[in-house]
Write a protein that binds this ligand. Structure first.
Ligand code: FCB
Length: 451
């Protein structure tokens, strides 16, 4: 099995999920700090206050990455660590952390991929109106300026947002993620529109202020990917149509979140579907939102099967009760990686990078001192085989980031879902490479040839 010559192999994390040090060196609170304090919001009342203490142990973590031969590392920046109130005064100590992280990665030969926003919105700004505020996209652009001015002499690869679907859908519509709101649809769509504007303005900031030529992406949540039951034209079309239907819930919607960014328009079926709740849109908004991008990031975890029904309309093929699942109860559907990549490539024509893929398990350190996560190796092997298929069929595929480097704080699930290829003992902060990490090291060294 071969992958393109310049294919990039990496691992991903996000700030709130690993950094800890929530009260250190002037960091301001984010909506997640506050959400975790609400009874019942997060399993076992867990929080990211300490997490993997990566803020203090980052050099050790970089050494682990280097040992695994990781070529790239995708991390996110905590907005409120850098701007404790979300705007105004810069917290130099906080900014310095990302400076040191960047230098440490580069010294270890690892290319940094920085995500500006992975869900930890500054609490002060939220109280000031948050994403509903009509100036929220400008606040984000100003934050982007601070980061770009400091890091863009060394950081080339950027993602503006991670999974707008999830933080808007879960955070403001069904309330299962921070800030835990259940707003009416018109407000949710306004938030979505402001996030898209913020994306566009951040891309402008990165392009205009970067000191080295930037490569800019936008990372989407695409699960469940609609996968065709068979490879007949009818079933493929049923899956494609379902995958891009704008009537899908916002947290599972692809076209609503991607068409404006790449094609410069909201999908027609979405405009009709959401007609009564559409936000006010300025006449230049879509021009701002649609900025040239270098690639799209796809976060791929699982899929759902569709076929053409008797009358030709798509119908779901229920997942068999015995179908293999991860500890998160997500079905293992390796083909989802292929179909998501192919469908995105067909519709948008932009290069693709798999910005997240991986699985949760209940991993433990065995008496032999190792973590035998064979299911994860099988999972990754099968998904990578599908990724290879996409490459061999001409999808312009740039790289792959396993989610995640470390076990970490899995949002509302607390620490109950372990996605890492490195095990964390939270009591001692001891890191142990799982079998999957050692296997991934070989995959990287062989550019996928040993998959
Ligand atoms: C994605 C998130 C990431 C992690 C994985 C399991 O939706 O981007 O932070 O929680 O799921």
């Amino acid at each position: 099995m071969t992958f393109p010559k310049n294919f990039v192999w990496g691992a991903a994390t996000s700030a709130y999920q690993i950094e800890g040090a929530a009260g250190d060196d002037g960091r301001g609170p984010s909506i997640w700090d506050e959400f975790c304090r609400r009874p019942g919001a997060v399993l076992q009342r867990a929080s990211g206050a300490i997490a993997c203490d990566h803020y203090h142990l980052y050099l050790q973590d970089i050494a682990l990455m280097q040992g695994l031969g990781l070529q790239s590392y995708r991390f996110s920046i905590s907005w409120s660590r850098v701007l404790p109130c979300g705007m105004g005064a810069v917290n130099e100590d906080g900014l310095d952390f990302y400076d040191r992280l960047t230098d440490g990665l580069l010294a270890a030969g690892i290319t940094p991929y920085a995500t500006l926003y992975h869900w930890d919105y500054p609490l002060a700004l939220h109280r000031f109106g948050g994403w509903l505020h009509r100036e929220s996209s400008d606040w984000f652009a100003r934050y982007a300026e601070v980061i770009v001015d400091r890091l863009s002499d060394r950081v080339r690869h950027w993602f503006t947002f991670n999974e707008p679907q999830i933080f808007v859908g879960f955070g403001y519509q069904d309330g299962s993620h921070a800030p835990g709101e259940k707003l009416e649809l018109s407000k949710v769509l306004t938030i979505g529109h402001n996030v898209l504007l913020a994306h566009g303005k951040a891309v402008q900031v990165i392009r205009s202020r970067s000191k080295i030529m930037p490569s800019i992406g936008y990372a989407l949540s695409v699960s469940p990917v609609a996968v065709p039951a068979t490879e007949t034209d009818q079933d493929i079309q049923s899956a494609r149509q379902t995958f891009f239907a704008a009537s899908r819930p916002l947290s599972r919607n692809n076209s609503w979140w991607t068409d404006p960014v790449v094609l410069g328009r909201y999908p027609e079926d979405g405009l009709a579907f959401f007609e009564k709740d559409l936000p006010p849109m300025g006449k230049d908004d879509l021009r701002t939102i649609c900025q040239p991008l270098d690639l799209l990031g796809l976060n791929v975890y699982f899929g759902e099967t569709y076929r053409a029904g008797a009358d030709g309309t798509p119908e779901v093929v229920p997942c068999a009760p015995e179908h293999e699942r991860t500890s998160f109860n997500w079905p293992v559907v390796p083909e989802s990686l292929y179909w998501a990549s192919r469908f995105y490539w067909e519709r948008y024509g932009l290069p693709i990078i798999i910005s997240e893929n991986g699985m949760a398990a209940h991993d433990t350190v065995s008496p032999d001192g190792c973590v035998h996560d064979g299911q994860r190796i099988d999972f990754l092997r099968r998904y990578l085989t599908q990724l290879q298929r996409a490459c061999s069929e001409g999808v312009d595929m740039r790289g792959y980031f396993v989610w995640s480097l470390l076990d970490n704080f899995e949002w509302a699930e607390g620490y109950t879902q372990q996605f890492g290829i490195v095990h964390i003992d939270y009591a001692s902060q001891q890191r142990t490479l799982k079998d999957s990490a050692l296997w991934y090291k070989e995959v990287i060294a062989a550019n996928g040839a040993v998959v």
